[in-house]
Design a protein around this ligand. Structure first.
Ligand code: GLN
Length: 497
């Protein structure tokens, strides 16, 4: 086998099971790729080569002894550094958790290890998953493996955020798959920016237990991989009811992989009128048209639909998410977790202030200030209550649309990836990136981004499928139909090693 890092999840699992190569060889190949790329891409905060090797050796021993192998046996993956991993530093890309070593394992990561996966490392992200470019990490930006000018222009490109380490690592073949979390687009947007697939399941599918909280009513874990099938395989291992998370869905996990089917006969796809925004990037509009044609070719009927409150999704999200974040992040007080800054002779209040000022970066502080403002006594009804009402209307738009269609097709992002620094001084421009991804988050719906092609500069464009509640299968199937027709084989030139 020439280069094992070329293989995806399914190919690795099947190859290990068949004895074509050992799990140890796979882990070694990815460990070496990470070591070579880390100085240039900074996709990982904490590489964990020993964890990957130890897991691989257990699988090789199981196979040699004829013991049954799990569905991810021998597959090493990247873990977004928002999932608590027992005994392995978990930072949320924040200085305030820079030395936090959890004494427990998140439910999702634990399930992945139980399925036979190993951990290549903890992946970089925006601080506390707040961002769209992976520039807010206290551990440095992640550089996308992609470059403009068909790989010729050396200006560093954003890998998307907040799961920018995950997207960069999968696109650069530093891991066959990675976990992500998506609060308002953080799986789908970085997947679109880097030419990979990423699925956010419906709210409640994956347990949030042991995931560092950002906005609890929106946060969902999901899968990022090079193709739709590998996303389905990973997600199946991650999902499922967890008594430790009261919002986790008490429903069986369907066999999504076994039921993958790109024949969309009898299926109706809705095209939301309100997503055709003024000034939409012409190449994004063109890829959307192509997507419509591909879905028709797969047998689907395509209709126009209306989601009339789309316009309010972004403002509602940027009230609700910071409000919940300001509450969740109150726990970082210098007493219970991580960093403590205790100036000489300081009192308790001074310690809180000093710790939080030293521990949180600018974007996190901005969100805490917005959040506490919209929750404050005088403004609660004017902002938070109204945003909650809008959230209800946005969710109702989807319910009404799903009376006439089975899934919705839209672009994932309004543009292809931007250059690092291009939007970092303008938070509103950064937030606008999420315009197509936050509606599904507010409504708690499953949604997926799948690569659709390259723009004129050679950067990937993604298409998004949004599904009915509990219909991850419909999302995966429509995404598969797109994937088969898009024939996306482009990849970043390996300039980093
Ligand atoms: N970009 C969005 C934000 O900054 C979404 C982040 C996310 O999904 N975690 O809030």
């Amino acid at each position: 086998m020439s280069d094992l890092t070329e293989l995806g999840v399914t190919a690795i699992r099947d190859g290990v099971a068949a004895g074509d190569f050992s799990a140890r060889e796979v882990a070694q190949a990815f460990n070496a790729a990470i070591a070579a790329a880390q100085p240039a891409l900074n996709a990982f905060i904490t590489p964990t080569p020993d964890h990957a090797l130890a897991a691989a050796e257990r699988i090789d021993a199981d196979r040699a002894a004829g013991r049954p192998l799990g569905r991810l046996a021998g597959v090493p993956i990247g873990m977004k550094d928002l999932f608590c991993t027992q005994g392995v530093r978990t930072t949320a890309a924040s200085h305030i958790l820079g030395h936090f070593v959890p004494p427990y394992e998140s439910t999702v990561s634990g399930r992945l290890w139980d399925a036979g996966a190993g951990m290549l490392g903890k992946l970089n992200l925006d601080e506390f998953a707040m961002g769209s470019s992976n520039e807010t990490s206290a551990f440095g930006k992640v550089i996308s493996p992609w470059r403009r000018g068909h790989n010729q222009d050396p200006a560093p490109i954003a890998p998307g955020g907040s799961s920018g380490g995950s997207s960069a690592a999968v696109a650069a073949r530093l891991c066959p798959a990675a976990t992500g979390t998506d609060t308002g687009g953080s799986i789908r947007q970085p997947a679109a920016f880097t030419g990979i697939a990423g699925i956010k399941p419906g709210y409640g599918r994956c347990s949030r237990w042991g995931i560092v909280a950002f906005a609890s009513s929106l946060d969902q874990a999901g899968a990022m991989a090079r193709d739709v099938r590998d996303c389905a395989v990973l997600l199946e291992a991650m999902a499922g009811h967890d008594p430790k998370d009261a919002t986790s869905l008490d429903a069986p996990v369907p066999g999504w992989t076994a039921a993958l089917d790109a024949d969309l006969s009898g299926c109706t796809i809705g095209i939301p009128r309100e997503y055709r925004m003024d000034g939409m990037d012409a190449e994004v509009a063109k890829s959307w048209e192509l997507g419509i044609a591909w879905l028709k070719d797969a047998g689907a009927r395509v209709i126009d639909i209306s989601l009339p409150h789309t316009h309010y999704a972004l403002p509602a999200y940027y009230i609700i998410a910071p409000a919940e974040a300001s509450s969740n992040l109150a726990r970082y007080d210098g007493v219970r977790y991580g960093l403590r800054d205790l100036p000489e002779g300081a009192g308790l209040q001074d310690m809180y202030a000093a710790t939080r000022a030293a521990g949180f970066g600018a974007e996190v502080r901005r969100r805490i200030m917005i959040g506490t403002y919209v929750l404050s006594a005088g403004f609660y009804d004017a902002y938070f209550t109204r945003a909650q009402k809008l959230r209800t209307l946005i969710a109702r738009d989807f319910t009404q649309a799903f009376a006439s269609c089975d899934a919705i097709l839209a672009p994932t992002t309004p543009t292809a990836a931007f250059a690092l620094g291009e939007k970092s001084d303008d938070p509103l421009a950064m937030y606008l990136n999420d315009v197509f991804s936050v509606p599904a988050s507010l409504a708690g719906l499953p949604a997926m981004s799948v690569p659709a092609g390259l723009n004129g500069e050679g950067l990937p464009l993604g298409l998004q499928v949004i599904g009915r509640p509990l219909d991850e299968q419909g999302v995966l199937n429509a995404a598969l139909a797109i994937e088969q027709r898009a024939g996306f084989v482009a990849r970043p030139a390996r300039w980093w090693a």
